[in-house]
Design a protein around this ligand. Structure first.
Ligand SMILES: [Zn+2]
Length: 63
C-alpha cells in the first residue's frame, strides 16, 4: 500500500497519507491546508556510519 509521509508547510505537522489515487491531494489534518510536502522515505541510503563492526557485510553503500 502506498503510504506516504507528508509535512505541512504551514504548521509543520507531519502525517502519513494513504494515497489511493494519483490525483489525490492530501490535506493537513491539523490546519486543513493543502500546502504540504511529501517526504522522501529513503531507506537509509545516505549511510550514517552505522555498521562499523559488521564483518560479513560487503555493503559499501550506494543504492
Ligand atoms: Zn498544517
Amino acid at each position: 500500500m502506498p503510504v506516504y509521509e507528508y509535512r505541512c508547510n504551514k504548521c509543520k505537522a507531519e502525517f502519513t497519507y494513504l494515497k489511493l489515487r494519483a490525483d489525490d491531494e492530501p490535506l493537513c489534518p491539523e490546519c486543513k491546508s493543502a500546502d504540504v510536502t511529501k517526504k522522501i522515505s529513503s531507506f537509509s541510503c545516505s549511510g550514517g556510519g552505522g555498521f562499523s563492526g559488521g564483518s560479513g557485510f560487503g555493503h559499501s553503500g550506494g543504492c
